[in-house]
Design a protein around this ligand. Structure first.
Ligand code: ASP
Length: 345
């Protein structure tokens, strides 16, 4: 009789243990769907150097110079991520490199506004904490993306603009340059062309080819953290004081736990449709893949020739899409992918 009771207890114990173990397993099963998906890449990075309409008369050598500069920036970013550096640090460093390169419309090489001056916008965002910072309309800050990072880390704010941002730059001791330092011959010619085309008609910023050049970087690091950074001089002939999408978090730049996104194109449209955040939101609320969310926004929300985005998700998938003639871009990941392109091929 006693043995019988022991046996019964043993059977009960086995059943109970089974129920507990199955419960745990199914909970972690649900968790892995709602939480981080299995990584397809240990780390991944995408960069862009602007999107726009091609001027067929542009010399091939000039395009090659842009691609070489992108390749150098992508190589630097790839090496740092492979070493285990944080996505946020990598995004800032890569965007700084592109700001310093006169081929791009960010930092040195920024376009001219209607008054023939440069006003620079930039932002940066850490997807693992939603910490973010941005600057708009800065005129003497050599690397606006790093000032944006200081807004993020040294102030309780998210966006500083104009004179206040300049004063903050002074307080932070970041490198300054006179506004003319950002001049390049190519951007001046584009501005002069824009002025001729104006001919007293309604104000219209120019987006033909010289629209190329905004820079951005998105990354997933070995710890699975996402980050995004974007920097621009805006649009040739833009109104004095005009602020585009680049420093507007959620429009031209965004990172959260789902995706990191950087955009380039007609800033007003990117703001209107909260483009960068919408990519991540479609993944979060509609369960779309990164590629589906990017395509929906670029091909069905934005208008033709508005521009494009680069994006990475928390599993390390990369995406780049544009609805203009081309977009300078580079993609690399821990599986050996490394490509730099302007058009499809
Ligand atoms: N999105 C930038 C702006 O509107 C320009 C560009 O990406 O070409 O300021």
């Amino acid at each position: 009789m006693l043995r019988c009771e022991y046996l019964l207890l043993l059977v009960l114990f086995v059943i109970l243990a089974g129920v507990i173990l199955t419960g745990c397993a199914s909970r972690s099963g649900v968790g892995s769907q709602a939480g981080a998906p299995a990584a397809v890449a240990d780390w991944a990075i995408a960069i862009h150097g602007g999107a726009g309409t091609l001027d067929r008369s542009a010399p091939a050598a000039e395009q090659q110079e842009h691609l070489d500069a992108l390749r150098a920036a992508l190589t630097a970013g790839r090496d740092r991520l492979a070493r285990g550096d944080a996505a946020l640090d990598v995004c800032e460093a890569v965007v700084r490199m592109l700001e310093d390169d006169p081929h791009f419309n960010a930092g040195k090489g920024a376009v001219f506004n209607e008054k023939g001056q440069h006003e620079l916008d930039a932002s940066i965002m850490d997807g693992s904490t939603l910490a973010c910072g941005a600057v708009a309309g800065v005129r003497t800050v050599k690397n606006p993306v790093s000032l944006a990072r200081l807004v993020m880390t040294k102030t309780p704010h998210v966006l500083l603009a104009g004179d206040g941002a300049e004063e903050f730059a002074t307080a932070m001791g970041v490198e300054r340059v006179p506004n003319e330092w950002f001049d390049t011959e190519a951007r001046r010619r584009a501005w002069e062309r824009w002025r001729r085309e104006q001919g007293g008609t309604a104000h219209q910023p120019r987006r033909v080819r010289d629209g190329y050049g905004t820079v951005g970087c998105v990354a997933r690091d070995r710890q699975g953290r996402l980050a995004a950074a974007t920097s621009t001089g805006g649009l040739t002939g833009k109104k004095w004081g005009r602020v585009g999408d680049t420093p507007v978090l959620g429009a031209g730049n965004w990172a959260d736990g789902f995706a990191a996104v950087s955009g380039t194109g007609t800033g007003e449209e990117f703001i209107r449709h909260a483009v960068a955040r919408t990519v991540a939101a479609r993944m979060q609320f509609a369960g779309e893949s990164l590629a589906a969310a990017v395509d929906a926004v670029v091909f069905h929300t934005l208008r033709k020739d508005d521009g494009g985005v680069i994006a990475v998700d928390r599993a390390g998938n990369l995406s780049a899409a544009y609805n203009s003639e081309g977009m300078y871009r580079g993609l690399a990941d821990s599986n050996g992918r490394f490509e730099v392109r302007m058009f499809e091929k």
